[in-house]
Design a protein around this ligand. Sequence first.
Ligand SMILES: Cc1cc2nc3c(=O)[nH]c(=O)nc-3n(C[C@H](O)[C@H](O)[C@H](O)COP(=O)(O)OP(=O)(O)OC[C@H]3O[C@@H](n4cnc5c(N)ncnc54)[C@H](O)[C@@H]3O)c2cc1C
Ligand code: SF4
Length: 508
Amino acid sequence: MVKLVLVLGDQLSPTLSALREADKSRDVVVMAEVMGEATYVPHHPKKIALIFTAMRKFADRLRADGWRVDYTTLDDPENAGSIVGELLRRASEHNVAEVIATQSGEWRLISALEDLPIPVHQFPDDRFIASHRDFVDWAEGRKALRMEYFYRDMRRKTGLLRDGDQPAGGQWNYDHDNRKPAPDAVDFSGPLRFEPDATTAEVLDLVEDRFGQNFGDLRPFWFATDAQQAQAQLDHWIALGLPKFGDFQDAMLTGQKFLWHSIISMYLNIGLLDPLEVCKQAEAAYRSGTAPLNAVEGFIRQIIGWREYVRGIYFLHGPDYMTRNALGHDRDLPWLYWGGETKMHCMSQAVEQTRTDAYAHHIQRLMVTGNFALLAGVDPHQLHEWYLAVYADAFEWVEAPNTIGMSQFADGGVIASKPYVSSGAYIDRMSDYCGSCHYKVKDKTGDTACPFNVLYWHFLIRHRDRFAGNARMGNMYRTWDRMDDTRKETVLADAETWLARLDAGEVV
Ligand SMILES: Cc1cc2nc3c(=O)[nH]c(=O)nc-3n(C[C@H](O)[C@H](O)[C@H](O)COP(=O)(O)OP(=O)(O)OC[C@H]3O[C@@H](n4cnc5c(N)ncnc54)[C@H](O)[C@@H]3O)c2cc1C
Ligand code: SF4
């Protein structure tokens, strides 16, 4: 009997478990562009265009490979509007009694499929290096789930960067060689930009029509939209960007959106690139002497370490993880996250490139927009929905642990051993932003003081009971305690005044 094979928009891999389980001479692949998926948060138009275009091209590839694909475009008058609705419609058309799927990366869809009135077999998504079982086994009995130890297990499992039974170069982690401040000039031109072809152009018109009002610029659209183009971007970056990736991984420069970053997360996350293959190609650059070990190890750690680890956390902690708010933060997400005017140059740089390209690199997300939200006490759920909407690479399994856990400490310390907070000094050290800011990063109080400076102390004092005993934060509290009382009062009063102006909707 015919089975339906569901392929979701982030499952565009020919090796997908659902496809392996199906019989191409008998079964029907179902792919659908649906409003339910396109609107559960107000996604950036570039993200929607990327996914719909890549879906259409993947459907063509499957057809060329001999599959029957029932593809529903967003503007199809028969479109049922949701994945579940489309499956039911196709099931009655083909009189099928079973659906084969690869488990989704979002609890929302996993449970929707479990509730379908026809049987759905959800196979594990084995495009990852660690299975759910691997992660549960690793986590079991550990007091703290620190990424570094998980990462070493993934190095052992994959054999990446190993010299015999030792890590390449003798160490697991070369981060101490990375994190250099921003250089004056960037000698890498950034990601490849692909001219839209006929399929892309058709999707762009559709997205403009339906989602043109969403935050974000649809055009110019330059993303890779099939596996071949994504591989070309990877090759380009390994040859020209990877050598300096480690050195300047945490740097930020005005007007430089991409620096030496790989810009492959969106391609990895929708299945156009395979994570293990990507790492092997990076390792080959180290073995052939074209990229240094600190860069290659740092990059591989992001993929087989952080990427796999956050997925493990997402599935270990279940759907309630997204509602966690350990610090009780409840400020509404300020309008400036949606492009409202701000005098903070670092924030306007990060938000502006998010608007134009649906991209900001890790330190912009963690130490600028994330840091600001944490210091200002923004509701982590609202922030989570923002990150989920505005980045082309955002899918809940990877976005939520990064936001709720790593960036906002809203999970109470599952991921981070201390909150990622800093004053303006960190941003000043790692970027050239402060030099052209309205605020003065050296000013600690007063109207022109960098808001990160006063909010930093405000955060620490608000949460003193929770963090004073944290060994990694003791120095910060000792510095505060050494300040004279008048200065302390001024800092806290300035922070309150600034937050009141933010809440009143003033341009701050
Ligand atoms: C608040 C916040 C939200 C984030 N949301 C997402 C998200 O929705 N989707 C997403 O893919 N990444 C997310 N990240 C992680 C990281 O910022 C992006 O993966 C990275 O910026 C993508 O750009 P790139 O491809 O140029 O990465 P590079 O800097 O070149 O890094 C290489 C690759 O490593 C992986 N990687 C690096 N850091 C992480 C990490 N912390 N978690 C998972 N993978 C990582 C990515 O696949 C990335 O492509 C988030 C980080 C923060 C702090
Ligand atoms: S002075 Fe403060 S607000 Fe301005 S760019 Fe620097 S860190 Fe950001």
